[in-house]
Design a binder for this molecule. Sequence first.
Ligand code: NAD
Ligand code: TYD
Length: 343
Amino acid sequence: MNLSKIFAPTSLLVTGGAGFIGSNFVRSFIESHPDVRVTVLDALTYAGNLENLANLESRFSFVKADICDAEAVRKALADHAVDAVVHFAAESHVDRSILGPMIFTQTNVLGTHVMLEESRRHGVARFVHVSTDEVYGSLGPEGAFTEQSPIDPTSPYAASKAASDLVVQAYAKTFGFPAIITRCSNNYGPWQFPEKLIPLMLINAMNDKALPVYGDGMNVRDWIHTRDHSAAVLAVLSRGMPGEVYNVGSSNEWPNIEIVKLILRTLGKPESLITYVKDRPAHDRRYAIDSSKIERELGWKAMIPFDEGIAETIAWYRANERWWQRVMSGEYLEYYERQYGKR
Ligand code: NAD
Ligand code: TYD
């Protein structure tokens, strides 16, 4: 590794830092970089929860703003003398993108464009755009996505992420803007909003409620612990090549039904809770990621074995019922007022 090529930020802006992956990233970044200034910019949508960053409040600045609001983004970059951006903020749930697609184009495409343009004008030295393997569409039974796989999104969510990736690449090519893209597979871990497969199934099982499995349950996802994803984003921020794309995964493919059965076994609940429901429209059959580029070029590798990571995640949801009860009732939205309302 050539140490002269390592980029060391002095003031980092994290968009979407109150969401699932963003908050896990902020937590580990603050622990490993106590001298770097950190600013979280988040609109606190239904998915953004400052309780995810509880006990760290003194370690970062918080800006409540929409990434589509150019003036607010400009002010945040200037006020905090930002020299690097990690961009997580997005609408992130496929099912919501089927129910209401327009906000996905608004936030993920327009919002990302605003982030790029304001960061370029401000002179940001690194911009990591956190994207997804879903931009590649669906795989058959063999093979894995590489960075050369065609962009072929299926859902409005994936299409909006793909469109944002193209704008990022255009900025890198046209303006020499130092942006880098990561495309990661499905994340699991603590603080995930209970609308995604693993927390939804966990909470339903704990409450003896039906577990709604889409279609035949044989769609395959490649699961990675969010801390491994955070480490990959950090590797890309500090050692990635501007203009490049890095796939991130942990070669851990599971049919959905097997994940659901694993959760039931761990909780000691009966398989009779499984309920097959109507399939998701245009449901991608299989995702699998080839991470050899980031492993070879940046020395990153997923470290958390799935059996350990999933056991820890299940234990976390069992121990943190108050967190998910507040998320599900909407009570967590009051936290912002209590914590920041009078500041
Ligand atoms: P999330 O839905 O948990 O969090 C999204 C965050 O963005 C929330 O804090 C929300 O308040 C914020 N946000 C939404 N719209 C905003 C706006 N207009 N302005 C400012 N903030 C806004 O999402 P996540 O699962 O943590 O995903 C984070 C990023 O990682 C996304 O870009 C997603 O596409 C990508 N990604 C997710 C996964 C996954 O498995 N969850 C996998 C690969 C990539
Ligand atoms: P999800 O967590 O929404 O992630 P993504 O669609 O981005 O991969 O879903 C993961 C898989 O689980 C996907 O194949 C859809 C399936 N699924 C269900 O079968 N039932 C559910 O209630 C949910 C939310 C997902």
